[in-house]
Design a protein around this ligand. Structure first.
Ligand code: SF4
Length: 286
């Protein structure tokens, strides 16, 4: 079997930074808390829990015994109201928001102050989009075509400029199509601010390359990870089959062709990638 491995694989730098800093904090402090997952990967979160991380449900602020504790802010960020509340309750807040996500928040806040109508291309329930939109006066989120039609209907007759920004992990094709449709209906007063992260764009390019060079692309990562699911759909849109694999046992249900591509989401550790690579030779073949 020929296995072609993506040039861009494993953690992106934002996830690597968050995981390393969380581990350092756990090694030196007791009572370290977090609300929700630090990153979207089960094996990473389980490892941190084993090291002592106390995980609360997403969006829930721990209620008691927090004065001597540390709270981590996940890589996707949080909103300012929650951040202020955490600062009041905890001895220390360790902000592990990816610096790129943080810069998108700042750019959106600046556009908001300039009174742009802000349209965010993103998943409504994704933590990054929630943290972003809660900073803005009247954001509009576009997740699907229905939302796009609704926003066009709402803003077509509104005065002033409109800014389109994006959750950092969205597809670039979807971003450009959305911008084109907004401009088609609302003209030059729509300004595009492409805030998709460069690392996810590189993965998208690599996914297309693997789709053209192989018969099946194995995407390693969690189904809860937005950028991992995006890679699956990028490969499929290019006309090649793709499967999402989280663990070695997921390989047992597939029959592999002779040429296989391997790529991962940006929150997948190299350890998990290596486990799949070590076992792929033994998976059933066509
Ligand atoms: S994908 Fe980009 S924006 Fe998201 S955590 Fe990684 S580096 Fe940061």
């Amino acid at each position: 079997m020929k296995v072609v491995v993506s040039d861009s694989i494993g953690f992106c730098h934002g996830v690597r930074r968050a995981v390393e800093k969380a581990k350092q904090c756990l090694a030196s402090c007791n009572n370290v808390h977090i609300s929700g997952d630090l990153v979207h990967n089960r094996s990473v979160c389980e490892e941190l829990e084993k090291a002592g991380l106390i995980v609360h449900p997403d969006g829930e602020i721990p209620g008691s015994e927090t004065e001597n504790s540390v709270i981590l802010i996940r890589a996707h960020g949080t909103d300012p109201t929650t951040e202020d509340e955490l600062k009041k309750k905890f001895l220390r807040v360790l902000d592990l928001t990816c610096p790129i996500v943080r810069s998108v928040f700042e750019q959106a806040e600046s556009l908001d102050r300039e009174n742009y109508h802000i349209v965010v291309l993103g998943k409504k329930h994704h933590p990054e989009t929630r943290a972003l939109t809660r900073r803005l006066q009247e954001p509009h989120v576009i997740e699907d075509d229905k939302d796009l039609d609704h926003v066009i209907c709402l803003l077509s007759s509104a005065e002033g400029k409109t800014a389109l920004i994006s959750q950092t992990t969205m597809s670039s094709e979807k971003y450009h199509n959305t911008l084109a449709k907004l401009r088609e209906n609302m003209g030059d007063r729509v300004y595009g601010f492409n805030t998709i992260c460069r690392e996810t764009l590189e993965r998208e390019c690599e996914a297309r390359r693997l789709a053209s060079e192989t018969d099946l692309v194995v995407v390693i990562g969690a189904s809860s990870s937005s950028n991992t699911r995006k890679l699956v759909s990028t490969v499929e849109t290019a006309g090649t089959a793709a499967i999402l694999v989280e663990e070695v046992r997921d390989l047992h249900s597939v029959t592999l062709p002779n040429t296989v591509g391997i790529i991962s989401g940006t929150s997948t550790p190299m350890k998990q990638v290596q486990q799949i690579l070590d076992n792929i030779e033994w998976a059933p073949r066509r």
